[in-house]
Write a new protein. Structure first.
Length: 332
C-alpha cells in the first residue's frame, strides 16, 4: 500500500489528533526549552513561583518528547514493543499529576503570600520548597503506577496500538478511573477555586503591579489546564456512568460508551495543548511588565516575578478497557 493510500485509510479523528500532536510538538518543545534555559541561565535568585514554573516546564517537556512516537504509531503502527508502551504512558501520567500539583502549589503559594505574608516569609526561610517538590514528584510517580500492569497492546484494523488498558475486574477499573479524575483534577481544581475565590477581592484592591501580573500568569495557566483536561476527565466520568448503568440499562450504557469513544481520540490529543501553551503564556505575560520591546523577554519576566515575590511579605500585610474495546480510543 502506498503512503497516499495509507493516509486515505486513516480515520478523520486520527488525522485531527495527529495534527494537534504535531503542532503541540513544534510549538511546545522550543517554548519549554526556552523557559528552562532562561531560568537556569539568567535567573540566579529564583522565587518560589519561578522554581515552580521551572518544574512545570520540565514536566511539560517530558510529555512533549513522546509525541513523535505517538504520531508515528497512529499513522503506521506501534512498533516499539510493550515495555516502551508502558513506559510512555507512565511518563505522561506522571507528568499529568506533577503538572496539576505544581499549578495547585503555585496558587496556594500566592494565597499564603497575600493573606498570610508572615507565614510566607517563615516558609521561605525554612527552605521547604525543595522538600515539597520532591514529595510532589514522588506522589506523581506513585499515583501513575496503576498504568504499568494495565496498559496493553491491541490490534486496531490490523495495526498494533498502545491505546488500551486491560483491567482484571470492573471494581479495578472504577478505582483507577476515580483515582485519576479525583486526584488528577477534581480535588486540585476545588483547591484552586477556593484559593482564588478567597483572594478575588484582595486582588482587585492591590496596587502592586508585579504581584498582579504574577497572579494573572498563574490564573492563565490554571484556566488553560482546565480547558485542556476537562474533556479528558469527562470521558472518564462517562466511562464510570456506563459501568454503573450497564447492569440495569444496557442501551443507555452503550450509548454513553459510544459517545466517550467518539470523543476520546481528540480529547486525548487536547491534553498536550496544556504543555504547549504554558510557555506562550509566559511570553505574553512578559509584555505586560514593560511596554518597551527590549524588555519583553522571558529573562525580564522571571527577574520581575522573583523581585516582586521577594518583597511580597513586607508589601502586603480515560483509558479504555479490553472488556469495552473500541477501535479509536486514546489512553493519554
Amino acid at each position: 500500500m502506498s503512503p497516499s493510500e495509507q493516509m486515505e485509510d486513516i480515520p478523520g479523528e486520527t488525522v485531527a489528533a495527529c495534527v494537534i500532536l504535531a503542532l503541540s510538538f513544534i510549538v511546545g518543545m522550543p517554548g519549554n526549552l526556552m523557559v528552562i534555559w532562561t531560568i537556569l541561565r539568567h535567573v540566579k535568585k529564583r522565587s518560589h513561583t519561578v522554581v515552580l514554573i521551572l518544574h512545570l516546564a520540565v514536566a511539560d517537556l517530558l510529555v512533549l518528547i513522546t509525541l513523535p512516537l505517538w504520531i508515528y504509531s497512529f499513522v503506521r503502527s506501534w512498533v516499539f514493543g510493550e515495555v516502551v508502551c508502558k513506559a510512555m504512558v507512565y511518563i505522561i501520567n506522571s507528568c499529568m499529576y506533577s503538572s496539576v500539583f505544581f499549578i495547585t502549589v503555585m496558587s496556594i503559594e500566592r494565597f499564603i503570600a497575600v493573606r498570610y505574608p508572615f507565614t510566607s516569609i517563615n516558609w521561605k526561610k525554612k527552605k521547604l520548597l525543595n522538600k515539597l517538590l520532591l514529595v510532589l514528584w514522588t506522589l506523581a510517580f506513585i499515583f501513575s503506577i496503576p498504568v504499568i500492569p494495565t496498559q496493553v497492546l491491541e490490534k486496531v484494523k490490523d495495526k498494533e496500538q498502545c491505546l488500551f488498558r486491560e483491567y482484571s475486574s470492573t471494581s479495578e477499573e472504577v478505582a483507577f478511573l476515580l483515582l485519576e479524575t479525583m486526584v488528577g483534577f477534581v480535588v486540585p481544581f476545588v483547591i484552586l477555586v477556593v484559593c482564588y475565590g478567597c483572594l478575588w477581592k484582595r486582588i482587585t484592591q492591590m496596587t502592586f503591579k508585579f504581584k498582579q501580573n504574577s497572579m494573572v500568569l498563574i490564573i492563565s495557566v490554571v484556566i488553560v489546564f482546565a480547558l485542556c483536561w476537562i474533556p479528558h476527565h469527562m470521558c472518564n466520568i462517562l466511562s464510570l456512568m456506563a459501568i454503573i448503568l450497564e447492569s440495569w440499562h444496557a442501551d443507555m450504557a452503550d450509548g454513553m460508551e459510544s459517545v466517550r469513544a467518539n470523543m476520546a481520540f481528540v480529547t486525548g490529543a487536547l491534553v498536550f495543548i496544556s504543555s504547549t501553551v504554558n510557555p506562550l503564556l509566559y511570553v505574553f505575560a512578559a509584555r505586560s511588565f514593560r511596554s518597551s520591546l527590549r524588555d519583553t523577554g522571558m529573562r525580564k519576566l522571571f527577574h520581575h516575578i522573583s523581585s516582586s515575590a521577594t518583597g511580597e511579605g513586607t508589601k502586603e500585610l480515560s483509558f479504555i478497557s479490553k472488556r469495552q474495546a473500541s477501535p479509536c480510543e486514546p489512553t493519554f
